[in-house]
Design a protein around this ligand. Structure first.
Ligand code: AR6
Length: 184
């Protein structure tokens, strides 16, 4: 179990600076850009990214699509569409989980070594941050347990506060997993 947590790294910063094989974008269903991390990724990647996105015909909530990364230091952008938070009873947890899963699946199918995620849905879409962290960690731990690729997953928290929260939840999660493993 411990080797799985070693494949996950939590950092604070701007995801557009990440030199990984793929950065994940918290996109909307049009895939035609927006604010938040989506705006930052499109600005840093340059107009080629929007041109390629126009050919994709959008993306359903909970799904993901891949493009090249143009002027970003990463090689690819995986555009994932998380759910808008509507109180918690509109399948938000499942949809967020599936946005992470489908992004990881694309990376795995392409045998990408490294992927960086922003905290999908926790900005404009209003998903509660701690709840989103638990969902992200749960799906990532499970995915890595069953897949060789991606080898490394970076979780990029934008603010110091988000970073500290992510780290706190990660430590609790790691312990719970380790404990469970002892009893298997
Ligand atoms: N690097 C890393 N994380 C960032 C960055 C950055 N440069 N900028 C913001 N974040 P959001 P959503 C964090 O709103 O909630 C867009 O308009 C931010 O602090 O970007 O999924 C899309 O087009 C937050 O924790 O995405 C959609 O319409 C996280 O990224 C809509 O917003 C996600 O915040 C998607 O909303």
């Amino acid at each position: 179990m411990n080797d799985i947590s070693e494949r996950i790294l939590i950092v604070q910063g701007d995801i557009t600076k990440e030199k990984v094989d793929a950065v994940v974008n918290a996109a909307n269903r049009t895939l035609l850009g927006g604010g938040g991390v989506d705006g930052a990724i499109h600005r840093a990647a340059g107009p080629g990214l929007l041109e390629e996105c126009k050919t994709l015909n959008g993306c359903k909530t909970g799904e993901a699509k891949i493009t090249k990364a143009y002027n970003l230091p990463a090689e690819f952008v995986i555009h994932a569409v998380g759910p808008v938070w509507r109180g918690g009873n509109k399948k938000e947890d499942e949809l967020l989980s599936s946005a992470y899963f489908n992004s990881l699946k694309i990376a795995s199918d392409k045998k990408l070594e490294s992927i960086a995620f922003p905290s999908i849905s926790t900005g404009v879409y209003g998903f509660p941050f701690e709840r989103a962290c638990r969902i992200a960690l749960n799906i990532i731990f499970n995915f890595l347990k069953n897949n060789k690729f991606p080898e490394k997953v970076k979780l990029v928290a934008f603010s110091k506060n988000d970073y500290e929260t992510y780290l706190k939840i990660f430590k609790v999660y790691e312990k719970t997993i380790a404990k469970k493993a002892l009893f298997i």
